[in-house]
Write a new protein. Structure first.
Length: 252
């Protein structure tokens, strides 16, 4: 459950300073370029660009690498499956393209979300997209409480072992997983109820118009981040088309 703990980027890093909305739009642009095709060139260029951008995110290398291990394992499995069961001789290239495509889509989203402060994103949604403050602030509160699930999971395990409900062995932990998950769900519902009452008591969601403590305009630097993502997506697609490797996902 340690994977629930969010990645924390260094706030002074260049990409961490960018506005949340253009940064999310940049991730969607790269994802769209990868969703549109299944070829090795486009995926390779986008993944290479993301690797070059990683030092500017301010994310710690170790925790980020640990979170990538399940993704890389899935990518290797997809590559092997496509290589073995391909209907033509391009199975190896197709498998590698599918694996890189999965990695690129996932990493683009991870880098964007991990470098955004949830409070900044909530303020941006209310200020620029006119989102409902009641919904946004509720989602922000839920996101802030997400790391507590890891701590509660460990606490529930210790309590169940102390009462003799859960065994120390691997088989015992596996069989007790549904019970511990149910306890975690009950605790989450109770905390959500208390939090909702507390927020209503403090006036959250009562007024249709709320002021922001930290209004933040979208500046030229933020648009430059989005422009760089568009350039990478367009360049990768253009190079792939010029090389004759671009293969649309849905051929009509």
């Amino acid at each position: 459950m340690k994977l629930i703990a969010p990645l924390e980027a260094r706030r002074s890093a260049p990409l961490a300073r960018a506005h949340p909305l253009p940064k999310l739009a940049s991730a969607f642009v790269l994802m769209a370029a990868l969703f549109a095709t299944v070829d090795l060139v486009t995926s390779g260029i986008v993944v290479g660009a993301l690797a070059l951008a990683f030092p500017f995110t301010g994310l710690p290398v170790g925790p980020f690498a640990r979170r990538l291990l399940p993704l890389l394992s899935a990518a290797v499995g997809i590559a092997a499956f496509n290589t073995v069961f391909a209907a033509n001789a391009t199975g190896v290239a197709g498998g590698a393209a599918a694996a890189l495509r999965l990695v690129g889509i996932s990493v683009a989203g991870i880098l964007a979300v991990a470098t955004i402060d949830p409070t900044d994103l909530a303020d941006a949604l209310i200020q620029h997209l006119r989102a409902s403050p009641r919904f946004v602030l509720g989602a922000l509160a839920a996101w802030r409480l997400a790391p507590l699930f890891g701590q509660e999971w460990v606490t529930l395990g210790l309590a169940r072992r102390a009462r003799g409900i859960e065994a120390e062995s691997g088989v015992g932990r596996l069989t007790s997983f549904p019970g511990r998950t149910f306890g975690l769900l009950v605790g989450a519902i109770r905390r959500a109820t208390r939090l909702a009452l507390a927020m209503d008591t403090r006036g959250f969601g009562r007024r249709r118009c709320r002021t922001l403590a930290r209004p933040r305009p979208i500046r030229a630097y933020d648009l430059a981040v989005l422009a760089a993502a568009i350039l990478v997506a367009a360049g990768a697609t253009g190079v792939s088309i010029a090389a004759g490797t671009w293969r649309p996902l849905f051929a009509f």
